[in-house]
Design a binder for this molecule. Structure first.
Ligand code: COA
Length: 315
């Protein structure tokens, strides 16, 4: 039986820090409002010469170094992004070119803030079936370029960054199970148009509705994954949730009776980096040694679509 196991992770965050105080100069808001309603204190903003691909490349290089793998050993690249440079060529192809990989499968995944979990679950299927041996899965986002900087409902929430994970074929898990879901009925509650059919290529959101659905979907997904696999929530060592709002995370953990200090949090200093938030948090937890080999992890995401998903794995 082929399993998919994580052998490397990496991150990249742009240098520029945008604090809540800085945002007070842009829109009618306050540090107090943003931090008490969201948990966010600051976020990173990409410079004009940075792209989702340049950020993805640095995160991927860090993951390759940790895994002690050469780029040409990768046979599958999936990049989760909702802020690509092009419709085509995909960010995955641009990344393949930068990493000088002569031939491999490469494509982007579009599932908004759930993109990384969708991409990791997809890469796992390739490895399980034997169609790929080593997969690079990246979440990379420049959300600052799709913000309406006059809209205080959205521009205070998001940030930029990239996170990468390398998977390899293994005899034992690794990824134990995944669960993905979507509901297009709520398509109008969280949107980012292309700009091709109207002028506004900005994120728009009904915050209250998104909040409620995010809590419900992610709580159910955790319960489903642990029960399906004969575990209880107490068997999970770390939950790595999508970093959208600390109050969403707290509401989920309270419902699950799961301690806050067993969830990896990056929201305070990164905001919501959409598809990059889970691999960024995972990399942080691994590099600061909170996450240890053999521990059970649960990655949980929710985003526009609506889309959601969870991955249960043994690190
Ligand atoms: N600064 C100050 N006031 C703000 C503000 C800001 N940045 N943004 C909104 N407000 C105002 C609203 O206009 C509203 O004013 P009103 O009562 O006069 O109309 C008031 O604050 C309360 O708004 P409300 O929407 O009830 O706040 P909330 O407690 O729901 O918090 C969010 C708003 C956006 C933080 C919250 O709904 C949320 O996090 N939703 C989920 C968003 C998300 O995670 N999206 C991505 C998912 S992947």
């Amino acid at each position: 039986m082929n399993y998919a196991k994580i052998i490397g992770t990496g991150s990249y965050l742009p240098r520029k820090v945008l604090s809540n105080k800085d945002l007070e100069q842009l829109v009618e808001t306050s540090d107090e409002w943003i931090s008490s309603r969201t948990g966010i204190h600051s976020r990173r903003i990409a410079s004009t010469h940075e792209t989702v691909t340049s950020m993805a490349e640095i995160a991927a290089q860090h993951a390759l170094k940790m895994a002690q793998l050469e780029p040409n050993q990768i046979d599958l690249i999936i990049v989760a992004t909702c802020t690509p440079e092009n419709f085509f060529p995909s960010t995955a192809c641009l990344l393949q070119h930068r990493l000088k990989i002569p031939d491999c499968i490469a494509f982007d995944m579009s599932a908004a803030c759930s993109g990384f979990v969708y991409a990791l679950a997809t890469a796992e299927q390739y490895i399980r079936s034997g169609a790929a041996k080593q997969a690079l899965v990246v979440g990379s986002e420049i959300m600052s370029r799709v913000m309406d900087w006059k809209d205080r409902n959205t521009c205070v929430l998001f940030g930029d960054g990239a996170g990468a994970v390398l998977l390899t074929q293994a005899n034992e898990p690794g990824i134990i199970d995944s669960q993905l879901g979507a509901s297009g009925t709520e398509k109008d509650l969280l949107t980012l148009p292309t700009g091709l059919y109207d002028d506004a290529a900005y994120v728009r959101m009904n915050g209250r509705e998104v909040f409620k659905m995010a809590v419900e979907a992610m709580t159910n997904s955790v319960r489903h994954l642990v029960e399906e696999n004969g575990l209880t929530v107490q068997d999970i060592d770390w939950i790595i949730p999508h970093q959208a709002n600390i109050r969403i995370i707290k509401a989920i953990l309270t419902r699950l009776n799961f301690p806050m200090d067993r969830a990896i949090m990056t929201i305070h200093e990164q905001g919501n980096t959409s598809g990059a938030s889970i691999p960024l948090a995972l990399d942080q937890g691994i590099r600061d040694h909170r996450i240890q080999p053999g521990q059970h992890l649960l990655l949980e995401a929710f985003g526009g679509g609506f889309t959601w998903g969870g991955i249960l794995l043994k690190y």
